[in-house]
Write a protein that binds this ligand. Structure first.
Ligand code: ADP
Length: 249
């Protein structure tokens, strides 16, 4: 078939923190439409890489390209407008608002930055049908009237993903979507990621290898800031360097 196009790409991406190299010449290729997991032991540089991809950190050197265009000099909100967004943990959720109000203010927000919502709720009602559609999509339709503060840990993650969807990203970054969850929550998140991945590209950092095995089309493994393997899960998990990296943890 035709070559798959690249949605998101990192080229020789370096980030130094006062002499400590957190990512070291990272090359990453995320294909359009795939679910791609970034894995690696603690301290491997996964969070730093996510911050570089989403504009929350500037690289020391190297490039980030979204659909072939450089984004590494853009601010996070400008990157969101180009089609990449990142699911935040909790910080973007207003605890004293209902679930539905949280989605409404996100839909009405001129920028995706937490704390910068200016549109009064009364004017947001026109966005109600879209809010309800998103809530159904993330499995929170029945929870729409609850206060965000009263949601379970797993439901908060669902709401965060719903808030990200208000930006209609072509590429969605998910930072450890199953962290702190039991098996029931994990099963829900797997189903949810599959659902939101329809028609878009998803990149996730994930520690739970059974989640990675179930969800990821391809994976990239980081260790000490470097890519040690990349490819299909079944191939990469047999790579001796990957086995060694995990046994040594
Ligand atoms: P991971 O997400 O894979 O656990 P991180 O990207 O959080 O790894 O961290 C990679 C390395 O970079 C770690 O050794 C960490 O201590 C270091 N690091 C991350 N952020 C900073 C920072 N702001 N200042 C100094 N060192 C940092």
């Amino acid at each position: 078939g035709p070559p798959l196009s690249t949605a998101l790409e990192a080229r020789r991406l370096v980030k130094d923190f006062r002499g400590f190299r957190a990512t070291n010449e990272v090359d990453l290729q995320i294909r359009e439409g795939e679910i791609h997991a970034i894995i690696g032991p603690n301290g491997a540089g996964k969070t730093t890489l996510f911050n570089l991809l989403s504009g929350f950190l500037r690289p020391t050197s190297g490039e980030v390209l979204l659909f072939g265009e450089r984004i590494d000099t853009l601010a996070p909100h400008a990157i969101v407008r180009r089609g990449l967004s990142r699911s935040f943990q909790i910080s973007s959720v207003f605890p004293t608002m209902t679930v539905r109000e949280n989605v409404l203010v996100a839909l009405g927000s001129p920028t995706p930055l937490p704390g910068q919502f200016w549109t009064p709720l009364s004017r947001l009602e026109a966005l109600g049908p879209r809010a309800d559609e998103i809530l159904d999509r993330v499995g929170l339709g029945a929870a729409h009237a609850r206060l965000a503060a009263d949601l379970s840990h797993g439901e908060k993650r669902q709401l965060e993903i719903g808030i990200s969807l208000t930006q209609e990203p072509r590429v969605l970054l998910l930072d450890e979507p199953t962290s702190g969850m039991g098996s029931e929550g994990i099963a829900r998140v797997i189903a949810l990621v599959r659902e939101v991945a329809r028609g878009r590209t998803v990149v996730l950092v994930e520690h739970n290898m059974s989640v990675v095995a179930e969800l990821a089309d391809r994976i990239t493994v980081l260790q000490y800031g470097q890519v040690i393997a990349s490819g299909r899960y079944d191939d990469v998990r047999r790579d001796p360097r990957v086995i060694e990296a995990y046994l040594g943890e």
